[in-house]
Design a protein around this ligand. Structure first.
Ligand SMILES: [Zn+2]
Length: 140
């Protein structure tokens, strides 16, 4: 499949492997959250939200990124660069962010290719839980 040159997994809808590299299919992993009707299914932990937001970057799902962004830090609009191909996520460390926590911190490295150049983004992200929903707050 030629798509394998552009993305880490061949195209195939939600049956393909999840871009967050959990080993699950997209449908069983981040797709549950990205493609759920808004407000029905939330990632249970800060790390699960972080993974699903990475998958949203990888699948150009700007709407999901905006609705999982804390209202105090959320930009009005978000434009994703289709030339930026995210191909690998590594979770480096997680503090808090469990189902019974109100906040959590996740450090990760995300690798991408852009115009034939490989690079990576490392970030320590802070997440807060509002009710049942984990939200991305900011980067430390
Ligand atoms: Zn996933």
């Amino acid at each position: 499949m030629t798509a394998i040159n552009q993305y880490p997994v061949p195209a195939g809808g939600d049956a393909r492997r999840c871009p967050c590299l959990s080993g699950e299919t997209l449908a069983a992993c981040c797709g549950r959250f990205l493609h759920a009707p808004s407000g029905t299914t939330y990632p249970p932990t800060a790390e699960a939200l972080m993974r699903s937001r990475y998958t949203a970057f990888a699948t150009l799902s700007a709407d999901y990124l905006l609705r999982t962004w804390h209202p105090e830090t959320r930009p009005d609009t978000l434009e994703l660069d289709p030339q930026q191909h995210w191909y690998r996520l590594e979770i480096l460390n997680t503090v808090g962010g469990g189902p019974w926590d109100n906040d959590g911190v996740v450090s990760f490295r995300a690798r991408y290719r852009h115009g034939g150049v490989r690079d990576s983004l490392s970030e320590t992200s802070r997440f807060v839980r509002l009710g049942r929903q984990w939200l991305y707050a900011d980067a430390l």
